[in-house]
Design a protein around this ligand. Structure first.
Ligand SMILES: [Zn+2]
Ligand SMILES: [Zn+2]
Length: 424
Protein backbone atom coordinates (compact mmCIF):
# COMPACT_ATOMS: atom_id res chain seq x y z
CA UNK A 1 0.00 0.00 0.00
CA UNK A 2 1.57 3.34 -1.05
CA UNK A 3 0.86 6.48 0.91
CA UNK A 4 -0.81 9.37 -0.81
CA UNK A 5 1.87 11.83 -1.88
CA UNK A 6 0.18 14.69 -0.03
CA UNK A 7 1.49 12.97 3.11
CA UNK A 8 4.98 14.14 2.17
CA UNK A 9 6.50 17.46 1.25
CA UNK A 10 9.47 17.62 -1.14
CA UNK A 11 11.66 20.71 -0.85
CA UNK A 12 13.14 22.25 -2.77
CA UNK A 13 10.87 21.16 -5.58
CA UNK A 14 12.54 23.24 -8.29
CA UNK A 15 16.34 23.27 -8.47
CA UNK A 16 19.06 24.70 -10.73
CA UNK A 17 20.20 22.46 -13.60
CA UNK A 18 23.70 20.97 -13.65
CA UNK A 19 24.35 21.52 -9.95
CA UNK A 20 24.29 19.36 -6.86
CA UNK A 21 21.36 20.17 -4.59
CA UNK A 22 20.19 18.51 -1.42
CA UNK A 23 16.49 17.72 -1.36
CA UNK A 24 14.35 16.67 1.58
CA UNK A 25 11.35 14.35 1.44
CA UNK A 26 9.56 14.99 4.70
CA UNK A 27 6.74 12.91 6.19
CA UNK A 28 4.07 15.32 7.37
CA UNK A 29 1.85 13.08 9.50
CA UNK A 30 2.17 10.24 12.00
CA UNK A 31 0.43 7.70 9.78
CA UNK A 32 3.14 8.03 7.12
CA UNK A 33 6.07 8.21 9.55
CA UNK A 34 9.46 6.97 8.35
CA UNK A 35 10.98 4.34 10.66
CA UNK A 36 14.45 5.28 11.89
CA UNK A 37 15.83 1.73 11.76
CA UNK A 38 14.49 0.95 8.29
CA UNK A 39 16.66 1.04 5.19
CA UNK A 40 14.72 2.71 2.39
CA UNK A 41 15.57 1.90 -1.20
CA UNK A 42 15.53 4.94 -3.47
CA UNK A 43 15.41 4.47 -7.24
CA UNK A 44 16.28 7.52 -9.34
CA UNK A 45 15.02 8.10 -12.90
CA UNK A 46 15.93 11.10 -15.11
CA UNK A 47 12.74 11.59 -17.12
CA UNK A 48 14.02 13.07 -20.35
CA UNK A 49 17.80 12.88 -20.74
CA UNK A 50 18.56 9.22 -20.11
CA UNK A 51 20.78 6.51 -21.55
CA UNK A 52 20.90 2.74 -20.96
CA UNK A 53 23.60 3.36 -18.30
CA UNK A 54 21.83 6.10 -16.34
CA UNK A 55 18.12 5.43 -16.80
CA UNK A 56 17.72 3.95 -13.28
CA UNK A 57 20.04 4.16 -10.30
CA UNK A 58 19.32 2.81 -6.84
CA UNK A 59 20.73 3.46 -3.40
CA UNK A 60 19.78 2.92 0.24
CA UNK A 61 19.02 5.57 2.86
CA UNK A 62 18.05 5.77 6.51
CA UNK A 63 15.78 8.64 7.52
CA UNK A 64 17.08 11.72 9.34
CA UNK A 65 14.28 12.42 11.80
CA UNK A 66 11.05 12.62 9.79
CA UNK A 67 12.82 13.06 6.44
CA UNK A 68 14.81 11.37 3.72
CA UNK A 69 17.63 13.65 2.63
CA UNK A 70 19.11 13.17 -0.83
CA UNK A 71 22.04 15.03 -2.31
CA UNK A 72 21.99 14.74 -6.09
CA UNK A 73 23.51 16.29 -9.21
CA UNK A 74 20.50 17.35 -11.31
CA UNK A 75 21.60 17.14 -14.93
CA UNK A 76 19.96 19.31 -17.59
CA UNK A 77 16.52 20.86 -17.64
CA UNK A 78 14.07 18.07 -16.89
CA UNK A 79 11.95 16.28 -14.30
CA UNK A 80 13.73 13.84 -11.97
CA UNK A 81 11.74 11.01 -10.40
CA UNK A 82 12.57 9.22 -7.13
CA UNK A 83 10.65 6.16 -5.99
CA UNK A 84 11.01 5.09 -2.37
CA UNK A 85 10.34 1.54 -1.16
CA UNK A 86 11.21 -0.67 1.81
CA UNK A 87 11.00 -4.35 2.63
CA UNK A 88 8.59 -5.79 5.16
CA UNK A 89 8.27 -9.52 5.78
CA UNK A 90 10.09 -10.21 2.54
CA UNK A 91 7.73 -8.06 0.49
CA UNK A 92 8.42 -4.72 -1.16
CA UNK A 93 6.30 -1.86 0.19
CA UNK A 94 6.00 1.52 -1.55
CA UNK A 95 6.38 4.82 0.28
CA UNK A 96 5.75 6.93 -2.83
CA UNK A 97 6.99 8.48 -6.04
CA UNK A 98 8.47 11.97 -5.76
CA UNK A 99 9.65 14.47 -8.37
CA UNK A 100 11.93 17.44 -8.64
CA UNK A 101 12.37 19.72 -11.69
CA UNK A 102 15.70 21.25 -12.67
CA UNK A 103 15.84 24.44 -14.73
CA UNK A 104 18.33 26.47 -16.72
CA UNK A 105 19.18 29.85 -15.11
CA UNK A 106 16.77 32.04 -17.14
CA UNK A 107 13.73 30.03 -16.09
CA UNK A 108 15.04 29.24 -12.61
CA UNK A 109 15.19 32.99 -11.87
CA UNK A 110 11.43 33.22 -12.50
CA UNK A 111 8.42 32.10 -10.49
CA UNK A 112 5.08 30.89 -11.87
CA UNK A 113 2.21 33.32 -11.35
CA UNK A 114 -1.37 32.38 -12.23
CA UNK A 115 -3.37 35.20 -13.71
CA UNK A 116 -6.57 36.08 -15.51
CA UNK A 117 -6.28 39.13 -17.73
CA UNK A 118 -9.86 39.40 -18.99
CA UNK A 119 -13.07 39.17 -16.92
CA UNK A 120 -16.31 41.05 -16.35
CA UNK A 121 -18.33 42.40 -13.43
CA UNK A 122 -21.93 43.60 -13.19
CA UNK A 123 -20.86 46.98 -14.57
CA UNK A 124 -21.00 45.41 -18.03
CA UNK A 125 -22.55 42.01 -18.76
CA UNK A 126 -21.13 40.11 -15.75
CA UNK A 127 -23.17 39.02 -12.74
CA UNK A 128 -21.22 40.08 -9.62
CA UNK A 129 -19.62 43.17 -8.13
CA UNK A 130 -15.91 43.82 -8.73
CA UNK A 131 -15.11 43.08 -5.05
CA UNK A 132 -16.89 39.72 -5.23
CA UNK A 133 -15.06 38.88 -8.49
CA UNK A 134 -11.75 39.75 -6.80
CA UNK A 135 -12.40 37.56 -3.76
CA UNK A 136 -13.61 34.70 -5.93
CA UNK A 137 -10.53 34.98 -8.16
CA UNK A 138 -8.33 34.33 -5.15
CA UNK A 139 -10.55 31.43 -4.08
CA UNK A 140 -9.96 29.70 -7.42
CA UNK A 141 -6.19 30.10 -7.19
CA UNK A 142 -5.26 33.26 -9.09
CA UNK A 143 -2.26 35.42 -8.16
CA UNK A 144 -3.25 38.39 -10.29
CA UNK A 145 -6.28 39.67 -12.19
CA UNK A 146 -7.67 42.59 -14.12
CA UNK A 147 -11.39 43.25 -14.32
CA UNK A 148 -11.92 44.30 -17.91
CA UNK A 149 -15.50 45.41 -18.37
CA UNK A 150 -16.71 46.44 -21.83
CA UNK A 151 -15.99 50.15 -22.45
CA UNK A 152 -15.13 50.65 -18.73
CA UNK A 153 -11.96 51.12 -16.74
CA UNK A 154 -13.47 52.20 -13.40
CA UNK A 155 -14.53 48.68 -12.21
CA UNK A 156 -10.90 47.57 -12.30
CA UNK A 157 -10.09 50.36 -9.83
CA UNK A 158 -13.15 49.63 -7.70
CA UNK A 159 -11.85 46.14 -6.85
CA UNK A 160 -8.49 47.63 -5.78
CA UNK A 161 -10.29 50.08 -3.51
CA UNK A 162 -12.48 47.36 -2.02
CA UNK A 163 -9.39 45.69 -0.52
CA UNK A 164 -7.17 48.73 -0.04
CA UNK A 165 -7.43 48.60 3.75
CA UNK A 166 -6.63 44.93 4.27
CA UNK A 167 -3.65 42.67 3.63
CA UNK A 168 -4.24 40.70 0.45
CA UNK A 169 -1.69 39.01 -1.78
CA UNK A 170 -3.92 38.90 -4.88
CA UNK A 171 -2.67 41.61 -7.24
CA UNK A 172 -5.49 43.54 -8.91
CA UNK A 173 -4.38 45.56 -11.92
CA UNK A 174 -6.27 48.14 -13.95
CA UNK A 175 -7.89 47.03 -17.17
CA UNK A 176 -10.76 47.30 -19.62
CA UNK A 177 -12.09 45.63 -22.75
CA UNK A 178 -11.50 48.16 -25.49
CA UNK A 179 -14.11 48.66 -28.21
CA UNK A 180 -13.12 51.26 -30.78
CA UNK A 181 -16.23 52.84 -32.35
CA UNK A 182 -17.69 50.88 -35.29
CA UNK A 183 -15.00 48.20 -34.90
CA UNK A 184 -15.92 44.53 -34.40
CA UNK A 185 -12.59 43.29 -33.06
CA UNK A 186 -12.21 43.19 -29.27
CA UNK A 187 -9.03 44.19 -27.44
CA UNK A 188 -8.04 44.12 -23.79
CA UNK A 189 -6.02 46.85 -22.15
CA UNK A 190 -4.30 44.95 -19.34
CA UNK A 191 -2.59 47.12 -16.76
CA UNK A 192 -2.67 50.39 -18.70
CA UNK A 193 -2.41 53.50 -16.52
CA UNK A 194 -5.32 55.20 -18.29
CA UNK A 195 -8.52 54.26 -20.08
CA UNK A 196 -8.35 53.98 -23.85
CA UNK A 197 -12.15 53.71 -24.13
CA UNK A 198 -12.32 57.13 -22.51
CA UNK A 199 -10.34 58.62 -25.40
CA UNK A 200 -13.14 57.72 -27.84
CA UNK A 201 -15.38 60.24 -26.03
CA UNK A 202 -13.68 63.10 -27.82
CA UNK A 203 -14.84 61.72 -31.16
CA UNK A 204 -13.50 64.62 -33.19
CA UNK A 205 -9.92 64.38 -32.06
CA UNK A 206 -10.09 60.55 -32.25
CA UNK A 207 -11.23 60.68 -35.89
CA UNK A 208 -8.57 63.24 -36.64
CA UNK A 209 -5.79 61.04 -35.25
CA UNK A 210 -7.26 58.02 -37.02
CA UNK A 211 -7.03 59.85 -40.35
CA UNK A 212 -3.31 60.20 -39.68
CA UNK A 213 -2.94 56.49 -38.96
CA UNK A 214 -4.88 55.56 -42.11
CA UNK A 215 -2.65 57.74 -44.25
CA UNK A 216 0.46 56.08 -42.85
CA UNK A 217 -0.73 52.52 -43.57
CA UNK A 218 0.81 50.36 -46.26
CA UNK A 219 -1.67 49.24 -48.93
CA UNK A 220 -3.96 46.70 -47.23
CA UNK A 221 -4.80 43.26 -48.65
CA UNK A 222 -8.29 42.86 -50.13
CA UNK A 223 -11.13 42.31 -47.67
CA UNK A 224 -9.82 44.53 -44.88
CA UNK A 225 -11.66 47.66 -43.81
CA UNK A 226 -8.91 50.32 -43.47
CA UNK A 227 -10.97 52.13 -40.84
CA UNK A 228 -11.20 49.01 -38.64
CA UNK A 229 -7.53 48.12 -39.04
CA UNK A 230 -6.45 51.70 -38.28
CA UNK A 231 -8.63 51.85 -35.17
CA UNK A 232 -6.96 48.68 -33.87
CA UNK A 233 -3.48 50.05 -34.54
CA UNK A 234 -4.42 53.35 -32.86
CA UNK A 235 -5.94 51.64 -29.80
CA UNK A 236 -3.01 49.24 -29.35
CA UNK A 237 -0.56 52.17 -29.59
CA UNK A 238 -2.53 53.96 -26.87
CA UNK A 239 -2.49 50.84 -24.64
CA UNK A 240 1.31 50.76 -24.99
CA UNK A 241 1.48 54.49 -24.27
CA UNK A 242 -0.38 53.68 -21.02
CA UNK A 243 2.28 50.99 -20.34
CA UNK A 244 -0.35 48.26 -20.61
CA UNK A 245 -0.37 44.96 -22.50
CA UNK A 246 -2.53 45.10 -25.65
CA UNK A 247 -4.32 41.77 -26.03
CA UNK A 248 -6.07 40.60 -29.20
CA UNK A 249 -9.17 38.64 -28.10
CA UNK A 250 -11.31 35.75 -29.35
CA UNK A 251 -11.14 36.07 -33.19
CA UNK A 252 -12.99 32.74 -33.55
CA UNK A 253 -15.90 33.65 -31.29
CA UNK A 254 -19.03 32.98 -33.33
CA UNK A 255 -21.41 35.91 -33.13
CA UNK A 256 -24.22 36.68 -35.59
CA UNK A 257 -23.39 33.36 -37.32
CA UNK A 258 -19.90 34.46 -38.24
CA UNK A 259 -16.46 34.61 -36.68
CA UNK A 260 -15.86 37.82 -34.79
CA UNK A 261 -12.87 38.70 -37.01
CA UNK A 262 -12.97 38.16 -40.78
CA UNK A 263 -10.18 35.94 -42.11
CA UNK A 264 -8.28 38.56 -44.16
CA UNK A 265 -8.10 40.87 -41.13
CA UNK A 266 -7.05 37.99 -38.86
CA UNK A 267 -4.23 36.97 -41.21
CA UNK A 268 -3.03 40.54 -41.58
CA UNK A 269 -3.10 41.13 -37.81
CA UNK A 270 -0.80 38.13 -37.37
CA UNK A 271 1.43 39.25 -40.23
CA UNK A 272 1.83 42.77 -38.79
CA UNK A 273 1.30 42.00 -35.08
CA UNK A 274 0.24 45.41 -33.82
CA UNK A 275 -0.89 43.60 -30.64
CA UNK A 276 1.36 42.57 -27.72
CA UNK A 277 -0.26 39.21 -26.92
CA UNK A 278 -2.84 36.87 -28.40
CA UNK A 279 -5.63 35.52 -26.16
CA UNK A 280 -5.03 31.91 -27.21
CA UNK A 281 -7.61 30.50 -24.80
CA UNK A 282 -10.74 32.27 -23.70
CA UNK A 283 -13.80 31.14 -21.84
CA UNK A 284 -16.40 31.74 -24.52
CA UNK A 285 -16.60 28.25 -26.00
CA UNK A 286 -14.30 25.21 -26.30
CA UNK A 287 -14.78 25.21 -30.10
CA UNK A 288 -13.45 28.77 -30.25
CA UNK A 289 -10.32 27.69 -28.35
CA UNK A 290 -9.82 24.66 -30.62
CA UNK A 291 -9.74 26.89 -33.67
CA UNK A 292 -7.50 29.44 -32.01
CA UNK A 293 -4.98 26.78 -30.99
CA UNK A 294 -4.97 25.36 -34.54
CA UNK A 295 -4.53 28.86 -35.98
CA UNK A 296 -1.70 29.65 -33.51
CA UNK A 297 0.08 26.37 -34.37
CA UNK A 298 -0.07 27.18 -38.09
CA UNK A 299 1.22 30.69 -37.51
CA UNK A 300 4.08 29.34 -35.39
CA UNK A 301 4.89 26.85 -38.14
CA UNK A 302 5.25 29.87 -40.46
CA UNK A 303 7.95 31.14 -38.12
CA UNK A 304 5.90 33.80 -36.34
CA UNK A 305 6.76 34.64 -32.76
CA UNK A 306 3.53 35.02 -30.80
CA UNK A 307 3.22 35.98 -27.12
CA UNK A 308 0.13 34.34 -25.62
CA UNK A 309 -2.24 34.52 -22.69
CA UNK A 310 -5.25 32.50 -21.56
CA UNK A 311 -8.15 34.31 -19.88
CA UNK A 312 -11.54 33.24 -18.64
CA UNK A 313 -13.48 36.19 -20.09
CA UNK A 314 -15.65 35.29 -17.10
CA UNK A 315 -19.15 36.76 -16.87
CA UNK A 316 -20.04 34.90 -13.66
CA UNK A 317 -17.80 33.57 -10.90
CA UNK A 318 -20.16 30.64 -10.49
CA UNK A 319 -19.41 29.22 -13.94
CA UNK A 320 -16.73 26.69 -13.03
CA UNK A 321 -15.60 26.18 -16.62
CA UNK A 322 -14.40 29.77 -16.81
CA UNK A 323 -13.08 31.71 -13.79
CA UNK A 324 -10.00 29.89 -12.50
CA UNK A 325 -10.30 27.20 -15.17
CA UNK A 326 -8.95 29.20 -18.12
CA UNK A 327 -5.91 31.22 -17.12
CA UNK A 328 -2.32 32.18 -17.85
CA UNK A 329 0.81 31.08 -16.04
CA UNK A 330 3.41 33.82 -16.42
CA UNK A 331 6.99 32.93 -15.53
CA UNK A 332 8.15 36.25 -14.19
CA UNK A 333 10.87 37.47 -11.80
CA UNK A 334 8.19 39.13 -9.65
CA UNK A 335 4.45 39.74 -9.43
CA UNK A 336 4.94 43.42 -10.36
CA UNK A 337 2.93 44.59 -13.36
CA UNK A 338 5.82 45.57 -15.64
CA UNK A 339 7.66 42.30 -14.93
CA UNK A 340 4.51 40.34 -15.81
CA UNK A 341 4.00 42.34 -19.01
CA UNK A 342 7.58 41.99 -20.21
CA UNK A 343 7.62 38.29 -19.34
CA UNK A 344 4.55 37.72 -21.55
CA UNK A 345 6.17 39.72 -24.37
CA UNK A 346 9.40 37.71 -23.98
CA UNK A 347 7.38 34.48 -24.45
CA UNK A 348 7.56 33.33 -20.82
CA UNK A 349 3.87 32.41 -20.54
CA UNK A 350 1.50 29.53 -21.21
CA UNK A 351 -2.27 29.35 -21.53
CA UNK A 352 -3.93 26.79 -19.25
CA UNK A 353 -7.28 25.03 -19.38
CA UNK A 354 -7.89 23.33 -16.02
CA UNK A 355 -11.60 22.64 -15.83
CA UNK A 356 -12.43 20.86 -12.53
CA UNK A 357 -12.94 17.13 -13.10
CA UNK A 358 -11.18 17.16 -16.48
CA UNK A 359 -7.54 16.68 -17.46
CA UNK A 360 -5.63 19.95 -17.60
CA UNK A 361 -4.24 21.14 -20.91
CA UNK A 362 -1.39 23.60 -21.30
CA UNK A 363 -0.57 25.50 -24.53
CA UNK A 364 2.52 27.42 -25.56
CA UNK A 365 6.22 26.72 -26.09
CA UNK A 366 7.06 23.04 -25.39
CA UNK A 367 9.71 23.88 -22.80
CA UNK A 368 7.22 25.84 -20.71
CA UNK A 369 4.36 23.40 -21.27
CA UNK A 370 6.46 20.56 -19.84
CA UNK A 371 7.45 22.57 -16.78
CA UNK A 372 3.92 23.90 -16.28
CA UNK A 373 2.53 20.39 -16.46
CA UNK A 374 4.91 19.40 -13.62
CA UNK A 375 3.83 22.47 -11.62
CA UNK A 376 0.15 21.62 -12.11
CA UNK A 377 0.82 18.25 -10.49
CA UNK A 378 3.26 19.22 -7.74
CA UNK A 379 3.00 22.92 -6.93
CA UNK A 380 -0.41 24.25 -7.98
CA UNK A 381 -2.44 22.07 -5.54
CA UNK A 382 -0.40 23.45 -2.59
CA UNK A 383 -0.68 27.00 -3.95
CA UNK A 384 -4.39 26.78 -4.66
CA UNK A 385 -5.17 25.46 -1.19
CA UNK A 386 -3.65 28.59 0.34
CA UNK A 387 -5.43 30.83 -2.16
CA UNK A 388 -8.76 29.14 -1.40
CA UNK A 389 -8.44 30.01 2.29
CA UNK A 390 -7.42 33.61 1.52
CA UNK A 391 -10.22 34.05 -1.01
CA UNK A 392 -12.75 32.84 1.54
CA UNK A 393 -11.51 35.45 4.00
CA UNK A 394 -11.76 38.10 1.26
CA UNK A 395 -15.39 37.08 0.70
CA UNK A 396 -16.00 37.26 4.46
CA UNK A 397 -14.39 40.71 4.57
CA UNK A 398 -16.56 42.26 1.86
CA UNK A 399 -19.58 40.51 3.40
CA UNK A 400 -18.97 42.53 6.58
CA UNK A 401 -17.29 39.95 8.84
CA UNK A 402 -15.22 42.06 11.22
CA UNK A 403 -12.77 39.28 12.06
CA UNK A 404 -11.81 38.73 8.43
CA UNK A 405 -9.18 41.51 8.33
CA UNK A 406 -7.22 39.65 11.02
CA UNK A 407 -7.51 36.36 9.19
CA UNK A 408 -6.21 38.03 6.03
CA UNK A 409 -3.32 39.56 7.96
CA UNK A 410 -2.40 36.07 9.20
CA UNK A 411 -2.38 34.71 5.62
CA UNK A 412 -0.33 37.60 4.21
CA UNK A 413 2.79 36.42 2.40
CA UNK A 414 2.14 32.69 2.77
CA UNK A 415 2.29 31.90 -0.97
CA UNK A 416 5.60 33.80 -1.18
CA UNK A 417 6.97 31.78 1.73
CA UNK A 418 5.83 28.57 0.04
CA UNK A 419 7.75 29.58 -3.08
CA UNK A 420 10.84 30.41 -1.02
CA UNK A 421 10.75 26.92 0.41
CA UNK A 422 10.08 25.09 -2.87
CA UNK A 423 12.58 26.96 -5.09
CA UNK A 424 16.14 26.07 -4.12
ZN1 LIG B 1 -14.99 40.42 -26.02
ZN1 LIG C 1 -14.87 40.05 -22.53
Amino acid sequence: MGYRQECFQVFPLVVPADQTTTITIRALYDHCRLEKNTEYEVAYYPKEYWTEECKRKTFFLRPQGDSLVISHHFTGEQEHVFTVTYEQDGEEQSVGTFSVYSLQPDLFARRPFKGDLHMHSYYSDGRQSPAYVGAYSRMVGLDFIAITDHHQYAPSLEVQNAFSEVAVDLRMFPGEEVHPPECHTHLVNFGGSFSVNQLFQDRESYRHELEGVMQGLNPLPAGIDPYEYASLVWSLDKIREAKGLGIFCHPHWVTDNRFNVPRPLLDYLFEQQPFDAFELLGGIAPQCNNLQVAYYNEQRAHGRIIPIVGSSDSHSCLNHTRLGAIHTIVFSPTLELQDLISSVKELYSVAVEAIPGENSRVYGPLRLVKYAEFLLRKYVPLHDRMCFAEGNHMLDYIGGNEEAANWLQACKGQVGRLMDKLWA
